[in-house]
Ligand binder design. Structure first.
Ligand code: IMP
Length: 429
């Protein structure tokens, strides 16, 4: 019997989803991206080879696996081409293995120009986007002026649509933001350069997914970013522009929600956030520095330093509520190895109020004080441990506390970046 599972980040992204997807992929037929774009960065370490993927699903490094990019993803033809070429350079074959939805929205140079211009104009109020043009591309989709993958198949039509959009974007870029215009030639050349490679990948993703399902295949839906960056449920406006929570799966892939079997939440043993926005458990002291250094907390896409903090059980409760996780994959446990004590946020205090769940208003969330429980650290290495029984008792105690706090059972614990540095609590497939 085939199983369809969703694997998504339960915090603010960068939870280490790439490694977990890669691990589970040994038993899967296909891996599907359904939202986000090349703002994501999934790092995979196999032996001495480190691969960073932005658009292509993490399953691509397994030769038997098919990788699908659904219509909920916004696709930069240039970024996709670069990633394909990088993989081919490593000897990874993509022919007959990688498929791209004809309905996916394209990210074009004017989206990037707009993203940068806006962020620059906002100054200290900037969202801290990845400058990849993701927000403007999603706006085009909702505004019903998007140029889509299928438009690449008719270059005359493509050009017509681009000219119309450029008219609009260049007016705003020049007159409102005092920025240079984007040239039509640049947009056309970039698209043409990618066309030959992309054309054979174009497919009807919902139909293909149904065929896999009928063939009883194991399917993994791979989330990008994290639940707290969701456009509807995250710390708005400091969010990304897609649905990073489980609702993004059916809309972004065309797979029936009633056919999903499991939703696995990937969570760090602590917490990080890139970009601006409220982060109640953020640490600016030595403990934060330890997490940043031991966790090598620098963005895979932008190289920016990530903000680090204690595990936020309050934000996590919201994530569990929305996503209905059936299991947790906890990553980067070993990063906590040297700490004498470890805190867990169990709620927030705001003026005289106590919150069990994060308030909706960013301004209120920003002013919330975390309420902590303090647990003793284990102060011994857990790096590479593969058996629960070999974990220090205090590490077991910490993990069990997380499990009871958020009421989701542990499925996997990652104790290092490599595939085999993992404790399997329950087989998913
Ligand atoms: P955008 O997705 O580039 O529009 O950026 C919006 C927000 O989402 C910013 O705070 C980014 O730092 C954050 N973000 C986007 N992609 C990722 C990711 O893959 N990991 C973590 N944060 C991300």
């Amino acid at each position: 019997m085939g199983k369809s599972i969703v694997l998504l980040g339960s915090q603010w992204g960068d939870e280490g989803k790439g490694k977990i997807v890669d691990l589970l992929t040994t038993k899967a037929t296909c891996v599907v991206r359904y939202q986000g774009g090349h703002n994501a960065g999934h790092t995979l370490v196999i032996g001495t080879q480190k691969t960073v993927l932005h658009l292509i699903p993490s399953g691509i490094l397994h030769a038997h696996v098919h990788c699908l990019i659904g219509q909920g993803v916004v696709v930069s033809p240039t970024a996709l081409l670069a990633e394909i070429q990088m993989l081919q350079g490593q000897g990874v074959e993509i022919k007959d293995r990688l498929w791209l939805s004809s309905a996916a929205t394209l990210v074009l140079p004017y989206h990037v120009a707009m993203d940068k211009a806006r962020e620059q104009a906002k100054g200290t109020q900037a969202i801290g986007t990845t400058h990849r043009g993701i927000g403007p591309a999603y706006e085009d989709k909702v505004a019903r002026r998007a140029v889509r993958v299928c438009d690449l198949l008719d270059l005359a039509l493509f050009q017509e649509k681009v000219i119309e959009n450029l008219d609009y974007y260049n007016f705003i870029l020049q007159n409102y933001y005092q920025q240079p215009p984007v040239l039509l030639e640049e947009v056309l050349t970039q698209a043409q350069n990618a066309l030959e490679t992309i054309k054979p990948l174009i497919a009807d993703i919902p139909a293909q997914l149904l065929a896999y399902r009928r063939a009883l295949a194991n399917i993994i839906f791979e989330g990008a970013q994290g639940a707290m960056l969701d456009i509807d449920h995250g710390t708005y406006p400091f969010v990304t522009s897609s649905n990073t929570t489980v609702g993004g799966v059916p809309t972004g892939s065309g797979f029936a929600p009633t056919a999903l079997d499991e939703v696995i939440g990937v969570t760090k043993a602590y917490c990080t956030r890139v970009g601006s926005g409220p982060f109640p458990t953020e640490l600016t002291d030595n403990a934060g520095q330890v997490l940043a250094e031991r966790g090598r907390e620098f963005g895979a896409t932008t190289g920016r330093s990530r903000r680090c903090g204690w595990f936020d059980g309050c934000a996590m409760r919201r994530s569990v509520q929305i996503n209905g996780f059936t299991g947790l994959a906890i990553t980067k446990l070993d990063v906590l190895d040297t700490l004498a004590e470890i805190k867990i946020c169990v709620g927030y205090r705001y003026q005289q109020q106590h919150f069990e769940l994060p308030p909706i208003e960013s301004e209120v969330l920003q002013a919330c004080q975390p309420i902590y429980e303090t647990l003793p650290g284990w102060q011994t290495s857990t790096l590479g441990i593969t058996d629960w029984g070999n974990l220090p008792k205090l590490a077991q105690q910490y993990l069990r506390r997380l499990e009871t706090l958020i009421e989701v059972p542990l499925a996997m614990i990652s104790t290092g970046p490599e595939r085999n540095q993992t404790i399997i609590m329950r087989e998913i497939f």
